[in-house]
Design a protein around this ligand. Sequence first.
Ligand code: ZN
Length: 135
Amino acid sequence: MRPVLKRLFLLALSTDTEAQYRDSEGWQTRCLHCRSRLLFKPDGEPISAGSLEHVVPQAWFGKRAAKAICARVGDDPNDGRNLAIACLTCNHAKGRGPDQRGPGDPDALNVVTRLLDARLLRFRIAADMPSGHWA
Ligand SMILES: [Zn+2]
């Protein structure tokens, strides 16, 4: 796995109030959508079917209909608030559905808004990342 992707996994995990870390085992958390249990190595690499989800899809940034929702994550797709852990099944379903329909589709925007609400409820600033970003 590319180092940049591992860093994004670690950012999603370390800012997730439901993620637990144990030195010998690594990370454990739950899918943002279906709450299935997902496991990760200490460096952030998935052990089970965990994937990295951009809650507001990267392709929505810069689109007028998504202006307000993008502002909620600092207009940065890789902001910790916009990164979540999801199982592969849920992540793919979202990618083929609401993500693809785009922010101009009210139902798609509604789904992504509810997911972002759920992500922000689980968001914490990691102790060693006061800005919310890895240096
Ligand atoms: Zn899931």
